[in-house]
Design a protein around this ligand. Structure first.
Ligand code: M6R
Length: 604
């Protein structure tokens, strides 16, 4: 996820910006840059890769070495690529002619704006959506010669989610700012008149005391000793712990990542989910020509997202779809046929088994897509096309937001393919688009729900194991729930298709066998109900998760009433994630770094 810093004051601006960017490294990035301004003097440095590459460039500059501290203001950025590759040209800050901008978020209408500005004679050099902001500002300034008015006119035109800092020679003592969707904090420094900007608390701690976390829609202008906001703001005191700040005040990265799912899926959908259509600019237009089958390959949680998608692909596209665990696929001497579209799913893009499976498909001449969170990772370089998750860096070893964003992306791809194939009509598409827009709400963690999971967790710390059961897409969700629990609690848990219990596993049923039953209202409710009744009759301890009351369960987690099973899916996902995390906490385990596991499995 991109990060922004900014500084106005008398200290060494270069060093402050570099230090600030280092504090934002935990958010994940693939390039970085800073721009500095003092009167007529404007300087910029950009580098791909780690901040130390940028630092080397800044420190090697002999004309203005970092120690001179001559710049009175500057802005900096770490970029997590969304539009365009991680190159120096695409790295922020972006230049117009006499102004620079850094931006976190996505400008949805950048194509229209770019066309308009190109026609007006503006020259674009990057592939980013961000560059339109600075050109739009200069376009207006060239007409009015009024920087404040031009900034206002610029932000009026932007659609999407964004935080922006903009500096310009036309008003060289000021930084313009705007927040809409993506986070931005402004703090008063400990020294007189100093002002700091950052995407999160971490770069501000120790340097400032009072902070404003901007609300959406607030813009303004800052100069030394002067700070103007477009509306009232609330000042608060900065926290004192950096690690606490990096976790946004949550106890664990996993907890933070569960809570931010509702926001990151908005980024996932942005620019792809239009008012009445779905578009994937990153996929070649004729991607389905000659395709009669889809094969998905992945590991772990990503495999579960793939299995979920296989139901959606067949249902919505009427194209045969199979899913394979990458480590199995590699050695089974698979039959590869060129009418198969090969999709790999991976948070990291580096998982050795999935990468090898992708290479095999490539060598076999299959068209391939990587659904991935990390741009420029190995898989994105091998695949013919990449669809990025835009989930931001995932730190917890137990994957959470990668799964929700993978499922959203794959569901959208199923609808996109369904429309191309003509297997869904417009009415169906419009209904599904409406449902997709409601996903963030289903992923929202209600306090009462978290508290319920926390309280229930104390009753599930013993026993001889867990069954997570569900049907249809709730079967892969059951697998995911069981994987989450075993990874961080070290308790034995298995996911099963509910209808399969009677073919063997039910022999284990007794009061010490805990069954977590996923009972959605809108998908085979009566079927799963009978499966759970069979377990209840054998005295298994049952925790039912459903919007419909179920009397035979020992414990019950009530989910919201909705009109679509996928909305139930996402709310139940949050329940399963919180439930596992709270059990792990009670057992005193390391939630973010469970034993024996690594975040990225680059060995087979
Ligand atoms: O980076 P990938 O999505 O390719 O990783 C695949 C698995 O290693 C990963 O999902 C793993 O199962 C997680 N620890 C699950 O929480």
């Amino acid at each position: 996820m991109c990060g922004i810093v900014g500084y106005i004051g008398k200290k060494n601006t270069k060093q402050i910006l570099i230090d600030g960017l280092k504090e934002l490294e935990y958010r994940g990035y693939d390039s970085a840059g800073i721009a500095l301004l003092e009167g007529e003097k404007l300087e910029v440095y950009k580098a791909v890769g780690k901040i130390k590459n940028l630092e080397e460039k800044v420190l090697c500059n002999q004309i203005c070495p970092a120690k001179d501290g001559t710049f009175s203001l500057g802005i900096g950025h770490t970029r997590w690529a969304t539009h365009g590759k991680p190159t120096e040209l695409n790295a922020h800050p972006h230049l117009g002619v006499y102004s620079y901008v850094v931006h976190n978020g996505i400008i949805e209408n950048y194509k229209e704006l770019k066309e308009e500005l190109t026609n007006a004679g503006h020259n674009f050099v990057s592939q980013t959506d961000t560059e339109v902001i600075v050109h739009l500002f200069e376009y207006y300034f060239n007409q009015s010669n009024d920087a404040k008015l031009s900034f206002h006119q610029t932000i009026e035109r932007l659609e999407g989610a964004y935080s922006i800092l903009l500096i310009t020679k036309s008003m060289p003592d000021s930084i313009f700012f705007m927040k809409h969707g993506s986070p931005l904090a402004i703090a008063k420094g400990n020294d007189d008149g100093e002002i700091y900007f950052a995407s999160s608390d971490a770069p501000l701690i120790g340097l400032a005391h009072d902070v404003v976390y901007l609300e959406d829609g607030i813009s303004g202008i800052a100069s030394i000793d002067n700070l103007e906001f477009s509306d009232e703001v609330k000042w608060s005191i900065l926290p004192s712990s950096k690690l606490f700040a990096q976790k946004d005040g949550f106890r664990f990265f996993m907890e933070k990542e569960i809570y931010e799912q509702k926001d990151v899926v908005v980024d996932t959908m942005m620019g792809r989910l239009k008012d009445n259509a779905i578009e994937f600019d990153e996929l070649p237009p004729h991607i389905l020509d000659g395709i009669n089958e889809i094969k998905i390959c992945a590991c772990g949680t990503s495999f579960h997202a793939g299995l979920t998608a296989s139901y959606l692909f067949e249902r919505l596209t009427k194209i045969r779809c199979s899913v394979e665990i990458a480590s199995e696929f590699r050695y089974k001497e698979p039959l590869l046929s060129k009418d198969t579209l090969f999709i790999v799913i991976s948070q990291s893009g580096e998982t050795a088994d999935t990468l090898e499976a992708l290479k095999m498909a490539k060598n076999g001449g299959l068209k391939s897509i990587a659904v991935c969170n990390v741009d420029n990772s190995s898989m994105t370089r091998v695949a013919d096309a990449t669809v990025l998750l835009r989930a931001g860096i995932e730190k917890g070893v137990a994957s959470t937001k990668a799964f929700s964003t993978q499922t959203v992306v794959l569901w959208m791809m199923a609808l996109y393919f369904g429309k191309i194939k003509g297997s869904i009509d417009n009415k169906k598409l419009q209904d599904e688009l409406k449902t997709l827009k409601a996903v963030p709400n289903s992923l929202k963690v209600e306090n009462s729900l978290h508290e319920k999971c926390r309280r229930l967790s104390k009753r599930y710390l013993h026993g001889h194991g867990f069954f997570f059961i569900g049907r249809d897409v709730f079967y892969p969700l059951a697998l995911e729930g069981a994987l989450k629990l075993k990874e961080i609690s070290y308790l034995h848990a298995e996911g099963y298709p509910a209808g399969e219990m009677k073919h063997g596993p039910i022999a284990l049923a007794d009061p010490e066998l805990f069954t977590i039953a996923l009972m959605p209202q809108h998908l085979h409710y009566d079927k799963i109900k009978s499966n759970v009744e069979e377990l209840s009759a054998r005295d298994s301890t049952i925790c039912a998760i459903s919007p419909l009351p179920f009397e035979l369960s020992d414990d019950f987690i009530l989910t919201k009433e909705t009109n679509h099973y996928m909305l139930e899916f996402f709310e139940m996902l949050v329940v399963l994630q919180l439930f596992s995390m709270e059990i792990s906490v009670r057992l005193g385990n390391d939630v973010d770094m469970p034993r024996n596991l690594a975040k990225s499995v680059t060995v087979e």
